[in-house]
Design a protein around this ligand. Structure first.
Ligand code: HEC
Length: 245
């Protein structure tokens, strides 16, 4: 019995010693021997790669599907808690019109018979221009506009983008002579209008309001802080943000 216990104690010391020694490595950046790597290193799954793979077996019937999909409709992004960021991330408060089901394929959207486009005339830009942010907003707006809009509406907003000049497309609005309010521009960009598709899945609210600032700048070179039409909602929130003394 005595010997047995000694052997057990010695054996455990040896096993523990081997375990400790073998997990060390001369390379100080190496984790050493990893006993159960699966526990802390998950398999790398990359977006847009069609694996169709479950437990290392490829299932052809599961292939040909996107591995990175858009989030379910109604998902609200969360980036921060300041009132402006939250307001910009909340869903657009105006519904698409029932007619958009046919014209713009909005089958899963909540639709209304009320003329929200007319009502949108009262909505002002949620992003207030200040002396500090104005240059950045125009630069960002220009970038977004050139990527998403200029091929139809033209670099200068004259409605003569390459899509129109090539004859592939007709009727892109001349943005510089539009007589509609910022809120209506927002509504049309968000849900689409006539031949123009909806941009709600491409641009978020912040980006659309930024592009609208840029369009106003294209219309009127003197457009800047103080000349924009604002929403009351944002004016209120920015008052709340003032430090109280
Ligand atoms: C595929 C071409 C195309 C693209 C891309 C496009 N538009 Fe349009 N847009 C049109 C057409 C066509 C109209 C005219 C719609 C109508 O009045 O029937 C229009 C109309 C508009 C209007 C006027 C809406 C109204 O209520 O009268 C605005 C503002 C506008 N577009 C802004 C944009 C912005 C900003 C972008 C980029 C984010 C953009 N468009 C991208 C084709 C396009």
């Amino acid at each position: 019995m005595k010997i047995n216990r000694k052997i057990i104690v010695r054996l455990s010391v040896v096993v523990a010693g081997v375990a400790v020694m073998s997990s060390c490595s001369a390379d100080k950046d190496s984790a050493g021997l990893e006993y159960m790597p699966d526990m802390y290193r998950s398999a790398a799954i990359e977006p847009y790669v069609d694996y169709g793979e479950i437990r290392e077996v490829t299932h052809d019937d599961l292939k040909v599907r996107l591995s990175a999909m858009v989030p379910p409709s109604g998902t609200i992004p969360f980036y921060g808690t300041d009132s402006m960021t939250v307001a910009l991330n909340l869903p657009y408060h105006r519904l698409a019109n029932t007619s958009f089901k046919l014209s713009h394929g909005m089958y899963d959207a909540e639709l209304t018979d009320v003329n929200e486009y007319e009502a949108a005339a009262a909505d002002g830009n949620m992003i207030k221009l200040t002396e500090e942010n104005v240059e950045g907003i125009f630069a960002k707006g220009k970038e977004l506009y050139n990527v998403n809009c200029a091929h139809c509406h033209g670099d200068k907003g004259d409605g003569n983008g390459p899509m129109v000049e090539s004859g592939a497309y007709v009727g892109a609005a001349v943005l510089t002579s539009l007589e509609i309010s910022d809120g209506q521009m927002f509504y049309s960009i968000y849900y689409g209008k006539g031949q123009m598709g909806a941009h709600s899945s491409i641009l978020n609210k912040e980006e659309i309001w930024t592009v609208i600032h840029y369009i106003n700048k294209l219309k009127d070179g003197s457009y800047g802080p103080g000349s924009e039409m604002m929403t009351e909602e944002v004016e209120e929130t920015s008052e709340e943000n003032q430090p109280t003394e």
